[in-house]
Ligand binder design. Structure first.
Ligand code: FAD
Length: 413
């Protein structure tokens, strides 16, 4: 049965390409991705009319393979709209009304509407449920006031996933609600934050009397934590797994550098000549990267079945730490050449997150420092693995049953 459907999917993909082909110079990215969505070939496990055909999640690979085989142009959409596709879409599919799904899913898939995630605050990162941004009911709307921080892509986003406190008198996890925020609404102010790389891919976001319609709440009032967990579990898989399509992996970067050193005349002269010890290190990192890819592929399958489990934390943790070790190796192999920065280094705001092969290893070495913080720190990943997979005793949670308003801020666990 599944095989018949696979063949049917291949036929449908070929029919799509006959109608509109990404290699045709007259066809831009939005046109092609829109047609792919309309044919149900964007996210085949989503329902008909919402980008899919109600097929098995793993069958998306059949479409992707067929596209790879028959096209030269590859759209790196998982990077352009990483948060929209990887996190907002699955959350909308689980919690939004059919009407909202029809409104939002297509432009997410085409990349016309970039999304961001407004969870973290200055006093609430790892302890996310301690957040204080307030949403108060005002008739048919909610009035939102507060501050978010580290909001990746907020400066180019059309919409955001917002977690806010709707009842300060409930314990911290119970008083939260989850909203779709229009980033162009009056009262939303986005200010850039510069990173060690010189880029400003994230921001502070200030919210002053921002109005959100009642029906833009996902899940019920007070259920925000549950909805946020869906987003966070998908985040770990999206970050840790790496969608892969057209994306250059850190290990490829290291292998390129390694190969170039053999051919480079400076390698023989310089202090960074290749050694047997380095060869052993590069081989070991390659093996670990392959293992991570295989584990991530299993986690992605679970996610496509609508069921991302705590296993996503394995990929997130391993990927963060491996990426850092790979870029450390890049710099060691490069020796003094590793100190070179990308040509034209300056403070800049990227319009998306790139993995440009031209960027210097130093850039990626610096960027990789964030890997063990973004999307949950490595310490928090270890806590999740300890508690939820190994079944170790959980951390003491003294504030679990107390009203958020009664907690001394900063002491919450
Ligand atoms: C590049 C980047 C992009 C980001 N993008 C976004 C985004 O788009 N949207 C968004 O909402 N957030 C985003 N974040 C924020 C990120 O999720 C938080 O920085 C992260 O969850 C850590 O929170 P914190 O910064 O408040 O650190 P804290 O929670 O203050 O942690 C400080 C240190 O204490 C450790 N620690 C804290 N609690 C425990 C514990 N219980 N057990 C053991 N150790 C603990 C942490 O591991 C860390 O080492 C981004 C961060 C980065 C670096």
């Amino acid at each position: 049965m599944a095989e018949i459907r696979d063949e049917e999917l291949r036929e449908r993909t070929r029919a799509l390409l006959e109608e509109v082909h990404p290699d045709d110079p007259a066809v831009d990215r939005v046109t092609f991705r829109g047609a792919q969505f309309d044919h149900g070939l964007g996210m085949v496990h989503f329902p008909e009319g919402r980008g899919g055909l109600g097929f098995q999640p793993k069958q998306q690979q059949v479409v992707n393979d067929e596209l790879r085989l028959r096209t030269k142009t590859r759209y790196r959409d998982s990077i352009v709209n990483l948060i929209g596709i990887g996190m907002a879409a699955p959350t909308l599919l689980t919690y939004a009304s059919e009407e909202l799904q029809k409104r939002f899913l297509r432009p997410i898939f085409t990349g016309e509407e970039i999304w961001c995630q407004l969870f973290s605050e200055p006093g609430a990162g790892s302890d996310l449920a301690a957040l204080g941004t307030r949403a108060e009911r005002a008739g048919e709307e909610w009035l939102v006031n507060g501050q978010k921080v580290w909001t990746t892509l907020a400066h180019v986003s059309r919409f955001g996933m917002l977690l806010a406190r709707t009842d300060p008198e409930r314990p911290k996890h119970d008083g939260l609600s989850y909203f779709i925020l229009d980033m162009q609404a009056p009262g939303v102010e986005v200010r850039p934050l510069h990173q060690i790389t010189g880029e400003a891919e994230f921001n502070e976001v200030f919210l002053s009397d921002v109005r959100i319609p009642d029906d833009w709440m996902l899940g019920n009032e007070g259920q925000g934590w549950r909805v946020a967990i869906t987003t966070l579990m998908n985040e770990r898989v999206a970050i840790g797994g790496g969608e892969g399509v057209g994306r250059r992996k850190p290990i490829d970067h290291l292998l390129d550098i390694w190969k170039q050193r053999t051919e480079s005349p400076t390698a023989a002269r310089g202090s960074a000549a290749r050694t047997a010890v380095q060869r052993d290190r590069v081989t070991q990192l390659w093996i670990e990267s392959r293992l991570l890819e295989i584990t991530s592929s299993r986690a992605r399958t679970a996610r496509r079945q609508g069921n991302p489990g705590p296993e996503g934390a394995v990929g997130k943790l391993t990927s963060a730490e491996l990426t850092q070790r790979i870029y450390e190796a890049c710099l060691d192999v490069l020796g003094s050449d590793g100190l070179a920065y990308a040509p034209g280094y300056e403070l800049r705001r990227p319009s998306g997150i790139s993995r440009d092969p031209q960027d210097a290893a130093m850039h990626w070495y610096l960027r990789s420092r964030a890997a063990s913080i973004e999307g949950g720190t490595s310490q928090i990943m270890r806590n999740i693995l300890g508690e939820r997979i190994l079944g170790l005793p959980s951390e003491p949670r003294v504030d679990k049953d107390r009203a958020w308003s009664a907690l001394r801020k900063g002491d919450a666990e």
